[in-house]
Design a protein around this ligand. Structure first.
Ligand SMILES: Nc1ncnc2c1ncn2[C@@H]1O[C@H](COP(=O)(O)OP(=O)(O)OP(=O)(O)O)[C@@H](O)[C@H]1O
Ligand SMILES: [Mg+2]
Length: 341
């Protein structure tokens, strides 16, 4: 049996692929620590406690803005996840392929490696794949072809825009914006307009229900959604309807920043590749591309065709799964010894 695993540690979600069971475990990348040392919960279970736990329980996200911000907690979380993805079967060691963003420093890349290397899990080998490459393989882009393709991965704290060609990355930029920004903006706007303080989880739920990238302000199609929070003046629990009009106001700026970042990278793309991108269109991945009509907005603003994928939040890990199972990709991941990490 092949004990090989794929890992994508995202800001919002951790995705682990088990090469033996061929299953993907995708949960919130959150850890709950009691009294500063005891790991109480990890993943979705820890997220349940987010913004609800008493003071002696710390619930945190060890990845911030796409990079490891808390190595120790990320290690503990990974160890728990490793056990979970093996369905509690005792597996002591494994080989790993990990995804790292391209447009970060070598030290930041190294931290992803260190999480696994320094954890209690015995490691036979760790190889690395750049996220845009894993994304491209996950989408099904031909890695042999010298045609250019643009991939836009809109995640939780980062938007990674990359152009790949001939199996390599021509250009890749990370913009530090994503779904988390929207949740924060929704919290702020609900507080400002209605004097109600809501939590980030509630904000995310409103976003799922009401965010629409092509919403027309003042439209008849306005939808509403009841939110619960605390009234900042009375301090009492409060409930009121929030409309898609207000949510559009909250997400407008974010949408402009994404479109601007895509346009900026298109401007910096070599002209021969621009022609290819015009033919093939842009590929959208990452959980935040689930925002309603975002593909339509980007198509209108860039004049390019947009390709979307099924379960966009998992396209990087699906790419790693393909690398693991299909020998044609075996040379793609590199070990840090061959290339400095
Ligand atoms: N239906 C949906 N509508 C809007 N946003 C969504 C939807 N589903 C998921 N998201 C958002 O997608 C984000 C998570 O996506 P993803 O798993 O790609 O991020 P990540 O890999 O953890 O983050 P990053 O790549 O920035 O480190 C969250 O902000 C989440 O709220
Ligand atoms: Mg991601």
């Amino acid at each position: 049996m092949q004990l090989i695993y794929g890992v994508d540690m995202g800001t919002s979600n951790i995705k682990l692929y088990n090469g033996s069971t061929k299953e993907i475990l995708n949960e919130k990348n959150v850890i709950a620590i009691k009294n500063k040392k005891e790991v109480l919960a990890a993943g979705d279970e820890a997220f349940e406690m987010f913004q609800k736990a008493p003071d002696n329980i710390q619930v945190s996200f060890p990845v911030r803005e796409g990079v490891i911000a808390d190595l120790k907690n990320m290690e503990s979380l990974f160890e728990r996840f490793f056990v979970k993805c093996n369905k509690l079967r005792t597996v002591r060691s494994g080989r790993f392929i990990i995804a790292v963003p391209t447009d970060i420093t070598e030290v930041e890349k190294r931290a992803f490696y260190d999480v696994i290397d320094e954890s209690n899990v015995k490691v036979k080998e760790i190889r690395v794949v750049e996220k845009p490459i894993a994304d491209a393989i996950g989408i099904g882009i031909d890695m042999e072809s010298s045609r250019g393709n643009m991939i836009v991965n809109i995640g939780a704290d980062t938007t990674e825009i990359s152009v790949i060609s001939g199996g390599g990355i021509v250009i890749s930029r990370i913009v530090k914006t994503g779904g988390n920004k929207l949740d924060e903006t929704i919290v702020n706007i609900v507080k400002k307009k209605y004097n109600i303080h809501i939590g980030l989880k509630t904000a995310e739920q409103i976003k799922f229900a009401l965010a629409d990238a092509m919403y027309e302000e003042g439209s008849d199609e306005e939808e509403v959604c009841n939110v619960f929070g605390r009234n900042v003046i009375t301090g009492l629990p409060s409930e009121r309807p929030v409309s898609s009009d207000l949510i559009y106001e909250a997400i407008k700026e974010f949408l402009v920043s994404i479109v601007d970042a895509i346009k900026a990278l298109l401007e910096r793309t070599p002209p021969e590749l621009t022609a290819d991108i015009e033919n093939a269109g842009i590929f959208l991945t990452g959980g935040s591309t689930c925002i309603k009509n975002i593909e339509q907005l980007i198509a209108n603003e860039t004049g390019l065709k947009i390709n979307t994928v099924r379960t966009p939040g998992e396209s990087v890990i699906r790419g790693i799964a393909k690398i693991i199972s299909d020998p044609q990709y075996k040379k793609i991941p590199y070990t840090p010894r061959e290339k400095t990490l």
